[in-house]
Design a protein around this ligand. Structure first.
Ligand code: PRP
Ligand code: URA
Length: 209
């Protein structure tokens, strides 16, 4: 699938295995989500544009590359996406952070919007939407539609675990968006949870269950 990267890196795979384990407690879960976000982000941001800048080292003047253009916009989908923000900020501390609030209706599994606050202006920024779970794909597809309505154009989506159904839905809805997946799982169950997955990411990050 064009515009889709499924990571193979052993460190990402190893950390995802720990994340899945039901014995992994909240503190470690949060730390792993942060580390995986950083490892994935390092790869996903490999095409950030650079420009030359003149600086003076203690030895001499030189022309050296720095990030070009407007600051990156990092947009977590609430709640679980928040867990990936600190790992990405470690890579790009200057990133602006927007928030999109969506939750899945428990019976229909359709996303319900409750919040949207994005960096302004958004149109020229490289945008990275983060959410650990891509299940039916409804939340990510809706979040990206909201961002496009506000003028967002250059959009990447980064998740930790995806179901094939969600990956297809997101890619079909937004073929222009570059999608990064830590691991592609087997399928969804009847409750639209990813199998084998890791359970409810928001609850495991925030200790709410
Ligand atoms: C989870 C997850 C995604 C969504 C994925 O959030 O963080 O946002 O489900 O499912 P989908 O691909 O089927 O839309 P949830 O709705 O549980 O909300 P929460 O983060 O507030 O717990
Ligand atoms: N949201 C989660 O947190 N986990 C899933 O498996 C599916 C949606």
């Amino acid at each position: 699938m064009e515009n889709v990267t499924i990571f193979k890196h052993p460190l990402i795979q190893h950390k995802i295995s720990h994340l899945r384990d039901k014995e992994t407690g909240t503190n470690e879960f949060r730390r792993l989500v942060e580390e995986i976000a950083m490892l994935e982000g390092f790869e996903a941001l490999a095409d950030l544009p650079l420009k030359d800048k003149e600086i003076e080292t203690p030895i001499e003047k030189c022309i050296t590359p720095v990030l070009a253009g407007r600051k990156l916009a990092l947009i977590p989908i609430l709640r679980a996406g928040l867990g990936m923000v600190s790992g990405m900020q470690a890579l790009v501390p200057s990133a602006k952070v927007g928030h999109i609030g969506l939750y899945r209706d428990e019976s229909t599994h359709e996303p319900v919007e409750y919040y949207c606050k994005l960096p302004d202006p958004i149109d020229e920024r490289q945008i990275v939407v983060v959410d650990p779970m891509l299940a039916t794909g409804g939340s990510a597809a809706d979040a990206i539609s909201m961002i496009k309505k506000h003028g967002g154009k250059k959009i990447k989506f980064m998740c930790i675990i995806a179901a094939p159904e969600g990956l297809k839905k997101l890619h079909d809805a937004h073929p222009d968006v570059q999608i990064y997946v830590g691991h592609l799982d087997r399928c969804l169950n009847d409750a639209a949870y990813i199998c084998p997955g890791l359970g409810d990411a928001g609850d495991r990050i925030f200790g709410t269950k």
